[in-house]
Design a protein. Structure first.
Length: 77
């Protein structure tokens, strides 16, 4: 079982090595070094906003996907 896991890990590492690196890597590392970023995040919880926005977008996507499927199978007009 451990051999299969190692084989899968090597395969996935090979697949990930095909993709380019993020062009925003340096910018994100510079933002992480700002000493006051934690204080700003305490007043404006950006992480929470991103989580809520992600869930909202997922709900909208499910709604539209179901709407399209319902039209295909003639549940709604």
């Amino acid at each position: 079982m451990l051999d299969m896991k190692n084989l899968l890990d090597q395969f996935l590492q090979g697949v990930l090595s095909l993709f380019p690196l993020s062009p925003f890597r340096e910018v994100i590392q510079e933002l992480e070094s700002l000493p006051y970023l934690g204080y700003i995040n305490w007043f404006v919880p950006v992480g929470d906003f991103v989580k809520i926005g992600t869930v909202w977008l997922a709900a909208i996507a499910v709604y539209y996907a179901w709407s399209i499927i319902a039209r295909w199978i003639k549940l709604i007009s």
